[in-house]
Design a binder for this molecule. Structure first.
Ligand code: ZN
Length: 364
């Protein structure tokens, strides 16, 4: 940061003088120094890194700590993580104690710029309407969702709020590039809205109107009750929500409460959970109960993040006739899932294909 500020010619300098000075610096600067000059952004999870990459482009070096195929609750802090966080200008995490390991890493990093409450610390859940918030904060029985459901990124509307929180952090630590970050955030929001609702609806209503309705969970009611040229607005849906039609209003069984925000957005309910409580591995007795519920209620899919036991998921699915679907919870959690868009594409397409097949005559 400081190095970059020093390189910038003063406003009072003549243009040609400034340009020649800049040219000299560019020609003489060794390549490693140019790399160090970039803003250092460290994210707890790949999804935040992926969103930060969209906002910063070439202006920052963005790294993540957790892998996309590991349980975000239970990442083992390694000494190398402290070294990474030690160099950070900006640190991004959910908050809500999802990253129970983050305080240890921050403590070891000894970097005052990114400690909680400092300008270089971004909490991504700010402004998100939290689901499953308990009346009293309690870890009774080992529940790891003590402050409400922390898997906020599973709803693309929340991805926009996450991006805005990251933007606030970028503005604080690198105000000189604020205009670029703002333009990139606007572009990211626009792409998310178009991918979620389709171009037609976004152009009819405006992205900000739909965003406000969706953020308050008022979109579906609005779209079903309002008409345009004699047809309800749902008829004009495109994007992920249109692709999700085969599973809208359906039920599935889930391993962990990973999908609550996805469920609320796409209208697919997790009707049973493999875990008796978030973070508590299933006991044989609980697994028997889940199998009974799935059989009795004809729940056709068992949806799980790919860091859970594939053998166990497949065993339960085979005993209930359900289709097991295992997906990465996070970006870079599987081959080809490199961006936030890839991640949601994968969840929506896997579920849509499966439920569409179930509905074929002759099946079931
Ligand atoms: Zn969880």
């Amino acid at each position: 940061m400081k190095y970059r500020e020093a390189m910038r010619p003063g406003l009072g300098a003549g243009l040609s003088q400034a340009l020649s000075a800049l040219l000299t610096v560019l020609l003489l600067a060794p390549k490693p120094a140019a790399a160090q000059e970039k803003l250092q952004v460290v994210a707890s999870l790949p999804v935040f890194a992926a969103i930060a990459e969209q906002l910063t482009g070439d202006l920052a070096e963005v790294v993540e700590i957790a892998r996309g195929d590991e349980d975000p609750h239970f990442v083992q802090p390694r000494p190398s993580y402290a070294a990474i966080v030690g160099r950070a200008d900006l640190f991004i995490a959910t908050g809500l104690d999802l990253e129970m390991w983050a305080p240890t890493v921050i403590d070891r990093a000894r970097n005052s710029a990114i400690v909680e409450g400092s300008p270089g610390h971004v909490v991504t859940y700010t402004g998100i309407k939290l689901l499953e918030v308990p009346e009293t904060v309690s870890r009774a029985g080992g529940d790891v969702h003590a402050f409400g459901n922390p898997h906020i990124h599973t709803d693309p509307i929340n991805a926009i709020i996450i991006a805005r929180n990251i933007l606030s952090g970028l503005r604080r630590v690198d105000p000189a590039n604020a205009a670029t970050y703002e333009a990139n955030t606007h572009d990211f929001q626009d792409r998310v809205m178009r991918r979620l609702f389709g171009d037609q609806l976004v152009e009819m209503l405006g992205a900000e109107t739909i965003f406000r309705l969706a953020r308050n969970y008022e979109f579906w009611e609005f779209a079903r009750n309002q008409t345009y040229q004699g047809k309800p607005l749902t008829e004009y849906l495109g994007g992920w929500l249109a692709e999700g039609a085969p599973f809208r209003g359906r039920r599935m069984a889930c391993y962990h409460k990973n999908w609550s925000y996805f469920s609320a957005r796409f209208q697919i309910e997790c009707a049973a959970y493999m875990e008796p409580k978030p973070g508590i591995p299933p006991t044989p007795g609980h697994v028997r109960d889940v199998i009974e519920i799935m059989r009795n209620e004809h729940i056709p899919v068992l949806f799980a993040a790919n860091y859970f036991s594939r053998a166990q998921v497949e065993r339960v699915a085979s005993r209930t006739g359900a289709v097991p679907i295992m997906v990465p919870l996070d970006v870079r959690g599987a081959e080809g899932v490199d961006t936030y868009f890839d991640l949601i594409d994968l969840w929506v397409s896997r579920l849509a294909e499966t439920y569409a097949t179930l509905d074929q005559p002759g099946d079931n």
